[in-house]
Design a protein around this ligand. Structure first.
Ligand SMILES: C[S@@+](CC[C@H](N)C(=O)[O-])C[C@H]1O[C@@H](n2cnc3c(N)ncnc32)[C@H](O)[C@@H]1O
Length: 248
């Protein structure tokens, strides 16, 4: 079995190794974040199984593992295709464990995570050395929002990249402000990065706490001075962004 990261959106953002695995697949098991065009990389005769999950629908994790194990045991080359990087908030590690414990060899092919790819495709440099020296990737999933140590994130000078926050961005922003992050800290939302549907919106933490995320999933939320609106990715208005962060 080969577990392949599809990249952040846009079929041509997969790695060469990942594309080669798809071309040799007997079975593709894919989720809804992987670009649909990637499924066409597989031979016409390959079996195509969509296991996309959403709120309240889709197969369970154990059902997905069962599908993979049953096909692999029959001697078929199964390619499990997951959006972004399979080990970043993707439960890829659990799938590898389940398949290996059934005695099946697994190769893992990394992908460009949306945590990195979505900001870049919107012209946001996560560690622009004039504005941030590190970044932290967080989950905005509602369980993670209640469990997370918001104080540490709020006090840190790191850029924050929040995945799965389309329906929790208001709560995330509220907790960051309550924990001491500057209320005017810039926020950018990048929706459907790398696809024809890509959209970017800019605001600040206060507005986000009031109005939430302007886009549905999949959207990446970026918090920090690097997330301020720029006229062009190549020509950031550094003075404005520094002023905004000081004012916050
Ligand atoms: C379950 S996580 C999986 C992350 C994936 N493993 C990765 O590395 O990108 C799903 C979240 O990834 C983000 N995401 C994935 N693809 C995206 C895209 N093309 N544009 C914006 N956000 C994306 C969204 O925050 C979405 O809610």
């Amino acid at each position: 079995m080969t577990l392949v990261g599809a990249g952040p959106g846009g079929a041509d953002l997969i790695t060469v190794r990942g594309a080669n695995a798809l071309r040799q697949a007997d079975v593709i098991v894919y989720d809804r974040l992987a670009d649909p065009e990637l499924v066409d990389f597989a031979p016409a005769a390959a079996e195509r199984i969509c296991v996309g999950k959403g709120k309240g629908f889709g197969p369970s994790q154990s059902d997905i593992c069962e599908v993979i194990v049953s096909r692999a045991r029959a001697g078929l080359h199964v390619v499990r295709l997951k959006g972004g990087d399979p080990f970043v908030f993707g439960r890829g590690g659990e799938e590898v464990e389940a398949v290996e414990s059934a005695g099946i060899d697994v190769e893992v092919v990394p992908g460009v995570s949306s945590a990195l790819g979505a900001p870049l495709l919107a012209g946001i440099s996560l560690t622009d050395r004039r504005l941030a020296s590190s970044f932290t990737v967080l989950s905005g999933h509602h369980c993670a929002v209640s469990d997370h140590d918001w104080h540490t994130s709020a006090q840190s000078a790191a850029t924050l990249v929040v995945l799965m926050a389309a329906s929790t961005a208001d709560a995330v922003a509220q907790r960051l402000i309550e924990s001491g992050r500057a209320p005017l800290d810039p926020v950018a939302f990048v929706h459907a990065a790398g696809t024809d549907e890509q959209r970017v919106a800019y605001c600040d933490l206060t507005e986000t706490a009031r109005r939430g995320c302007p886009f549905p999933s999949p959207t990446v939320m970026v918090v920090g001075p690097v997330a301020a609106r720029t006229t062009s990715p190549q020509m950031p208005s550094i003075e404005d962004r520094l002023l905004a962060s000081v004012a916050g």
